[in-house]
Design a protein around this ligand. Sequence first.
Ligand code: NAP
Length: 272
Amino acid sequence: MNLDLQGKVAIVTGGSKGIGLGIVQMLLAEGACVVNVDRSPADACGLDGSDPALQTNYLFVHGDLTDVSVCETAVVRTLETFGKIDILVNNAGVNDGAGLDAGLAAFVQSLQRNLIHYYAMAHYAAEHLRRSRGCIVNIGSKVCETGQGGTSGYAASKGGINGLTREWAVELAPAGVRVNAVLPAETWTPLYERCLAAMPDPQAARAAIEKLIPLGRRFTTIEELASMVVFLASARSSHTTGQIIYVDGGYTHLDRKCTVDGGVSEFGAATT
Ligand code: NAP
């Protein structure tokens, strides 16, 4: 399937690692020009400047998105370099464990890490997306629906992202701009690896989580996540807007009988 992304200009936040890096690489492979906004440069696959072929269609904007002036700078530099914006992927975030006891300052800081820059990027890019009849894809999390405990700031941010996805889909529909969200649950990324590394037995923790994922008893891959994002960013999804799509191997919604350890399959036999 030709996604017709040649010559499209995309901004991806947090594109140096994990899911964001996968999205950047897939967009580049589809012929798009990509602007990666991250606090550290990508050291993967020629994005470090070693691939001359990427010098005309890849731009790195360095900065921490909790400083919203970085969002404005990213939009300005994209326009200076590529002249337009067709696609915005809001992706950067971190499950920072600001729970009920963490206090107001930590809660607000978590919103700055996970929610405020989504609005800022969309705010600064909106006029240009209207002009190009472009699209926005927001990366959320299943935590907004399931809760996790001990992470009020992250849960509120991800709930806010779902709300903003629908809100922006309505506000921007008259201009032909589509807005959708993709929600991971358990995707194997550097962030996830770091979380498990802090546990007494990371391998056992990983195996315990995998057992709960109905489809294949494995983590979602970065490529599986990126494929959905890139499809939603393309004209192949031209009548899809306001959708909140879980790419999670059935983890969030399927019958608990499938997800509990030793659960039953549709035929009643014990699963392995
Ligand atoms: P990751 O492996 O940590 O990659 C995120 C990238 O974004 C990193 O390069 C990170 O830089 C950068 N970044 C984060 N906050 C930033 C900021 N304030 N300013 C600039 N750059 C920033 O994370 P990931 O697992 O791919 O997660 C990506 C998105 O998916 C997040 O929104 C996350 O909430 C969501 N998600 C992931 C999972 C999962 O299973 N992995 C599950 C649910 C939701 P540093 O390395 O310096 O932090």
